[in-house]
Design a protein around this ligand. Structure first.
Ligand SMILES: Cc1cc2nc3c(=O)[nH]c(=O)nc-3n(C[C@H](O)[C@H](O)[C@H](O)COP(=O)(O)OP(=O)(O)OC[C@H]3O[C@@H](n4cnc5c(N)ncnc54)[C@H](O)[C@@H]3O)c2cc1C
Length: 416
């Protein structure tokens, strides 16, 4: 039986493996650490902006389903079905392992790929740190984009090791670079979230976060703080308020800890009402762009790595995305196309009318359309208890684009 080998067990690799396993191929998932899930142990937040709904219509979405199965009982979707969720990051390992076992994926932990065996531009095998060769017909590089330690020093200008799990298991290895295709160079970066001890917020704010908002909310940034000159402490002060959509709100997500996109020295965070005594669970690293979106492998819109025959980029290896959802949808396409490649089938490219296809082409800078797909834009913005809430709810339009493109159940249709 043909074999697909996925390297890296983060959200991208897990999604790739689960989708590849729907086809008549053997799927092996290699992970250097002793748990699956990669950086998703720091996530806990999944936005309702459409790719998840597309993936499910396409017969995929299994790894999104793993996250959904861990949704916390506090209601965070503000009554919009299938909207944003917060999920319990502490349970991800068991849930991922169960999903892999049910799908028949062979998981190898403590299996760090360090090299490749090539014939011309075809990868024949990856070589593990202990010398074992894992052969395959097609491969997915889903090793993420954090590390090596050299990269942390270069782009992060500080230590993010406790988040990025580098020292225990050895550095990340770019498998596609080993296969002779250099990564796309990155820019200076930072770890894009601060994880703040929930207990260190003021009792009033904590109550708001826990009870009123349901664990997922936005607070207005005090205007006077927004104007504070941080130049002395911060190399790029314009990046200090890393709220996702604009600079007027702080996003707080309650997933056992309080997660924010406030990336700035603690002494400034202390000026925000409710954050006076806040302290962080993770160290802070920053100069500009997210460090977790560096050094993707160059690829085409099928995610086939340029210049190579049979290795695909999945997850953050596929581009400068910043969250788990693009990691999963690129993982799914990479896994599916790796199965297609193994079985001698034509590769799938998602059309620009889909959210996923649009983002892959956009990030890839191959065909950047001027207009965003209309269903990508949040269509609900409302105030609730002082919090601004945004949601994508027009699932009918999302559905139409998948139906019109003939992609319904495409990941499930047997290729052989
Ligand atoms: C602090 C923080 C908070 C975040 N919060 C959110 C959030 O709330 N919601 C959200 O959607 N996203 C969030 N993200 C982003 C999200 O975590 C990433 O987008 C996602 O994890 C990327 O998935 P990936 O599979 O591409 O890479 P990773 O998660 O980095 O996984 C890569 C995997 O490959 C393994 N690996 C590396 N090298 C090798 C090798 N040589 N051999 C074998 N295995 C290897 C690694 O050990 C790792 O398990 C956050 C990120 C950070 C850092």
């Amino acid at each position: 039986m043909e074999r697909v080998v996925v390297i890296g067990g983060g959200p991208g690799g897990c999604a790739a493996a689960l989708v590849a396993a729907k086809q008549p191929v053997e799927v092996v998932l290699l992970e250097r650490a002793d748990t699956l899930s990669g950086l998703s142990t720091w996530c806990g937040q999944m936005m309702g902006w459409g790719p998840r709904q597309e993936a499910k219509l396409m017969g995929g979405g299994d790894n999104y389903g793993v996250w959904e199965s861990l949704e916390m009982d506090r209601k965070s979707d503000f009554g919009v079905p299938d909207g944003n969720i917060t999920w319990d990051v502490t349970k991800i390992e068991d849930a991922s392992q169960r999903a892999m076992a049910e799908a028949g994926v062979k998981v190898m932990l403590r299996a760090r790929a360090v090299d490749v065996v090539m014939t011309g531009s075809k990868v024949e095998a990856v070589v593990l740190a202990d010398g074992t060769k894992i052969t395959g017909d097609a491969f997915v590089d889903a090793t993420g984009s954090c590390g090596s330690i050299e990269m942390c020093q270069q782009y992060g200008q500080g230590c993010g090791l406790c988040v990025l799990k580098c020292p225990m298991y050895g550095d990340r290895v770019s498998i596609t670079a080993k296969a002779g295709v250099p990564d796309v160079p990155g820019q200076p970066g930072y770890i894009h979230s601060n994880l703040i001890d929930l207990q260190s917020l003021s009792p009033q704010l904590r109550r708001q976060v826990e009870e009123t908002s349901g664990g997922y909310c936005y607070l207005p940034v005090p205007e006077e703080l927004y104007r504070v000159d941080m130049t002395e402490d911060w190399p790029r002060p314009e990046t200090a308020f890393m709220t996702r959509w604009h600079h007027e709100e702080i996003e707080i997500i309650n997933v056992h800890f309080a997660k924010t996109h406030l990336v700035m020295p603690l002494k400034y965070i202390h000026r925000i009402p409710g954050f006076e005594d806040a302290w962080m669970i993770t160290p802070q690293v920053s100069t500009g762009e997210p460090i977790s979106s560096k050094q993707p492998a160059p690829h085409d819109n099928t995610l086939l790595v340029k210049g190579l025959d049979n290795i695909f980029a999945g997850g953050l290896r596929a581009g400068a995305y910043s969250s788990g959802q693009p990691a999963m949808f690129t993982g799914e396409l990479a896994g599916h196309n790796a199965a297609r490649k193994s079985l001698g089938r034509e590769l799938l490219e998602l059309p620009l009318t889909t959210i996923q296809g649009f983002f892959i082409a956009k990030v890839n800078k191959s065909k950047t359309p001027t207009e965003w797909p209309p269903h990508q834009k949040p269509d609900v913005v409302f105030e609730q208890n002082g919090f601004t809430v945004r949601r994508v709810t027009d699932y009918q339009r999302i559905k139409e684009s998948i139906v019109d493109a003939g992609l319904v159940d495409v990941y499930q249709r047997k290729l052989a």
